[in-house]
Design a protein around this ligand. Structure first.
Ligand SMILES: Nc1ncnc2c1ncn2[C@@H]1O[C@H](COP(=O)(O)OP(=O)(O)OP(=O)(O)O)[C@@H](O)[C@H]1O
Ligand SMILES: Cc1ncsc1CCO
Ligand SMILES: [Mg+2]
Length: 243
């Protein structure tokens, strides 16, 4: 099922991130901002986090990809969203939606519905979030749907990928799902097939999680080791871990 996503392919996408150093503009939640920025840097990408509706499109204009995360959506963030959608549409820029807790509020569901109208949209959520969005996604042809958990499932126009890497400690540090969405966006900036881009990002993140778990004593040191493991991931490690 993942025949097109071997270690060489993943390494090639990661090398393109390291070479191009794409900026990912993150309209994200206040909890996950720091860990998201640090994971992007460890991955070789560059974060920008502007929120103000009157500057967000200027700041994002030269970014390689955009992330919209609904986790602590504010009135200001809500006004920034159409600016980013307009920019992504005009420039054909990749946009990833992280529908945090979309099942908890009609406001989030309405915002998700607007964002899902963007052609080529990529959505990454956990099982509950993706289940809540299922009726909307069923009416969204061309979207890439990513459900993370013990096994990550990527349903893309180019096919289905399943990633069985990672570690349960990844659920004990807040914002790692949010950070994974940003890494998917970074790969979308350098790889036109969003299925392969998401597969590379989540394989790298999962393998870094496995390595970090071997080095850590609990969730605190795990977060630190995860940044280090992601920053030093190389093709030889991918080959060994992907088998
Ligand atoms: N039980 C598990 N075993 C291995 N890896 C896991 C497990 N659960 C989650 N992961 C990994 O953790 C990362 C985050 O996924 P998760 O589904 O926990 O996100 P999330 O619920 O959106 O997190 P958050 O909202 O806290 O940011 C993914 O890379 C995923 O593969
Ligand atoms: C804990 C939390 N609350 C809103 S966003 C967030 C980070 C994980 O999604
Ligand atoms: Mg989440």
């Amino acid at each position: 099922m993942n025949a097109r996503l071997d270690a060489t392919r993943v390494a090639s996408i990661l090398a393109r991130v390291a070479q191009a150093r794409p900026r990912v503009h993150c309209l994200t939640n206040t909890v996950a901002q720091n860990v998201t920025a640090n994971m992007l840097l460890a991955f070789g990408a560059i974060p920008s986090m502007a929120v103000h509706p009157d500057e967000v499109a200027d700041v994002a204009a030269a970014a390689g990809a955009i992330l919209i995360n609904l986790g602590t959506i504010s009135p200001e963030g809500e006004r920034a969203i159409p600016r980013l959608l307009e920019l992504a549409r005009a420039q054909g820029k990749p946009l990833v939606l992280d529908p945090v807790f979309v099942e908890l509020s009609p406001l989030r569901m309405r915002l998700a519905e607007d964002i899902l109208r963007l052609p080529g949209i990529v959505v990454r959520g956990n099982g509950g979030e993706m289940q809540a969005l299922a009726p909307l996604l069923a009416a969204t042809p061309g979207a890439t749907r990513i459900t993370t958990g013990a096994v990550d499932r990527i349903e893309a126009p180019s096919g289905l990928f399943e990633i069985a890497h990672g570690h349960p400690l990844m659920t004990k540090v807040t914002g790692l799902g949010c950070a994974s969405s940003a890494l998917v966006a970074a790969c979308c900036a350098v790889e036109p097939d969003p299925g392969l881009a998401a597969g590379a990002a989540l394989t790298a993140f999962g393998i870094a999680g496995e390595i970090a778990a071997e080095r850590s004593a609990g969730p605190g040191s795990f977060a630190m080791h995860l940044i280090d493991a992601l920053a030093s991931l190389d093709e030889a490690t991918l080959l060994t871990r992907m088998g």
